[in-house]
Design a protein around this ligand. Sequence first.
Ligand code: SF4
Length: 414
Amino acid sequence: MSSDAQRKDASQRGEFSSTGTLRQVMGDYFAALGRAAGEGAKVAWCTSVGPAELLRALGFRVYFPENHGAMLGAARLATDLIPLANARGFSPDVCSYLTSDIGSYLKGETPLRKMGLAGPPKPDVLVFNTNQCRDVKDWFQFYGREWNVPCLGIHTPRSIGALDEPIVDDVARQTEALIEPLEEIAGTDFDIDRLREVIDLSRQCTVLWKACLETAAAVPAPWTFFDGTIHMGPAVVLRGEAPAVEYYQTLLEELRRRAECGEAAVPGERFRVYWEGMPIWGKLRPLSTQLAELKTAVVASTYCNSWVFEALDPADPFRGMARAYSSIFICRSEDQKEEYIERMVEKYRVDGILYHDAKTCPNNSNSRYQMPQRLQARLGKPYVVINGDLNDLRLYSEEQSRTNLEAFIEQLAE
Ligand code: SF4
C-alpha cells in the first residue's frame, strides 16, 4: 500500500459518538468555573491527584492547573510561553506544565478563551498533594504569593513499596487536618455524609473509567491511548460529580459495542504497544497517525491509568482517599512499578513497550535507571525510548522519533 493510501486508511476510523457528550460535559464544567465569581462560589485549585473529593464536599468549584497545562501543550502554545516563566526564575529543566502555565499567566494568553473564560478562575485556596512531584507545590506556592491566597497541602512519601498502615495513617491525618482551614475559607461546615456521597460518585467514575480502558484488551482494540488522552477529561476534572459517571456509562457502552463488533481503532492492527510516561501533547496527532500507518495500536498506558483510584471507600473516607492517592504508579518504588507494567503487558497482550523520556518530568519518566532493560530481560518484550517532553516541543525531534518508531516496529515484526 502506498504511504498516501496508508495515511487515508489510518484516518478513516469513525469519530466516537460520545465525543459530542464529552464536549458538552467539559463545556459545562468550564462554564461553572467561569460563573463562580459572579455566583459567589468559592474556587479551589487542586493538583490532578489531590484531594478533590474533600474540596467538592465543602462546596468548592475545583480547577486543575495541570489540565490547563495539557491544554497549552495540545494547543501548541506552551513552547512560546515557557521562556516567560524561565525569565521569572523557573529553570527550563523544571516541569513544562508549570512553566507553560505560569508563562500563560504572565502573558495573559490561554486556550480557556475558547471555553468562554477570560482565564483561569482566581482561587480562594490552592491545595496540592506531593504524591506526584514537588513541582506542584512550587507551582501553587508561586500563585499563593502572587495573589496572597492560602496554599495548603498533603506531603506524601515517594518510592512507596508495599503501602503500609503507617503511611496510610499519616496521609489520612494530613487530609483530615485540611478540614479546619478549608471550612474557614469555604464559609461552611464540613459534613461527613456529603463527603461520603462525593467519594461514592468518584469511585463510580473510577470503576467506569477503568472499565473503559480495559475494553482495549480486546483484539483488535476499539480505542487507543491517543483516544484515552482526550476522553479522560471528566475523570480528571469532574471526579466526584454525577456528569462524569453518566459520561463514562455512555462511553463504556460505545466502547463495548465497538469491541463486540471487532471495530478496530487501528484498522488491520498487527502490533500492540504499551505507552509508558507522559503524552507529548503537541504531537498526539502525528504520533497517532504514524503508529496507525504502522498498524500499531497503543492499547494501554501508565498515564491514562493514573486516574484509577479503586481504594476510594465511602465507608472509610479519609483512609480510603489516603490509600487511593498513595498507591498511584508515580509515587511507587521501582519494584512496584515493574510489577504493575508486567501485569499490564500480560492483560493487554502487549508486544512491546514505548518509554517516553520527558525531559522536564523525571517523575513520570521511567527509562533513566535501566527499567526498560530489566523489563526486557524479564518479559522478553522489545522496547524503544522516545526522547521528548510533555509540553516543550524544543526538546522533541519529530524526525528522530519517526525513525526510532519505524525501527521499533520492524523489531516487533521480526
Ligand atoms: S508529575 Fe511531571 S508533569 Fe506532572 S506536575 Fe509533576 S513534574 Fe509536572
